[in-house]
Design a protein around this ligand. Structure first.
Ligand code: GRF
Length: 222
């Protein structure tokens, strides 16, 4: 059983889908903590209801802007230290992680033991509001991506992707509804082989344009 900490900032529907997969025996993991940065986020109640200790760790806005992230993450690392966590699972955590936190969870094989779900087919529509970006660009197909976390935002090796048509969607809400239904299946299914690290990891050595956000490594399910 893999010990995980889920990071989330808001609604927590992905938290629910992971928790349900564990409860119904589909995923061999234990959620040892829920880390949340937003007071009042619905996910805090969801964690309590599921018997998962919610840890509300807020950013200290009294600090100078350039010190906030580091200090915030130092408190997160201190909270995680006694919990013997193997993997961090980002499920709607709306903060960018620093290299320090990412490297604290780096495996001997070189990848980080931090997994994230992103609401687009990366590397398209990285950043905030992936479903809104896709709708506003008028693309016909979008999707969801599960990937390992790397230093650049939304850039780490891709574990799984699923696409869906949005040609008939009339607004962002309908894109999101379709996307979330996929996320809630894709994330637990992917965690099933990612958490026990049943994958090959191959850093690639090809030259990409300097500004490319692709990290040049592949994760493939064994
Ligand atoms: C999801 O769309 C996820 O892909 C993105 O943030 C959203 C979180 O939703 N990273 P929820 O809080 O899990 O309901």
């Amino acid at each position: 059983m893999t010990r995980i900490a889920i990071f989330a900032s808001g609604r927590g529907s992905n938290f629910d889908s992971i928790q349900t997969a564990i409860q119904t025996g589909k995923l061999d993991a234990q959620i040892v903590a829920l880390i949340c940065d937003q007071p009042g986020a619905p996910v805090l109640e969801k964690a309590r209801g599921a018997g998962v200790p919610p840890l509300l760790i807020e950013v200290n806005r009294a600090l100078p802007a350039n010190e906030r992230r580091g200090e915030h993450e130092a408190r997160i690392l201190a909270a995680l230290a006694p919990l013997d966590v193997r993997f961090l699972v980002m499920a709607g955590y709306m903060r960018v992680l620093t290299p320090r936190l990412i490297d604290a969870f780096r495996s001997e094989r070189g990848y980080s033991r931090i997994v994230n779900i992103h609401p687009s087919l990366l590397p398209s529509f990285a950043g905030l509001s992936g479903y809104a970006q896709a709708f506003e660009h008028g693309v016909k197909v979008t999707g969801a991506t599960v990937h390992l976390v790397e230093h650049e935002v939304d850039s780490g090796p891709i574990c799984a992707q699923e696409s869906f048509s949005i040609e008939d969607c009339v607004d962002v809400a309908s894109v999101e509804k379709r996307g979330l239904a996929i996320e809630h299946r894709l994330f637990p299914e992917t965690l099933k082989w990612v958490l026990p690290e049943q994958f090959s990891y191959r850093p690639l050595n090809f030259s990409l344009p300097k500004d490319s956000t692709i990290r040049g490594s592949r994760v493939c399910k064994n």
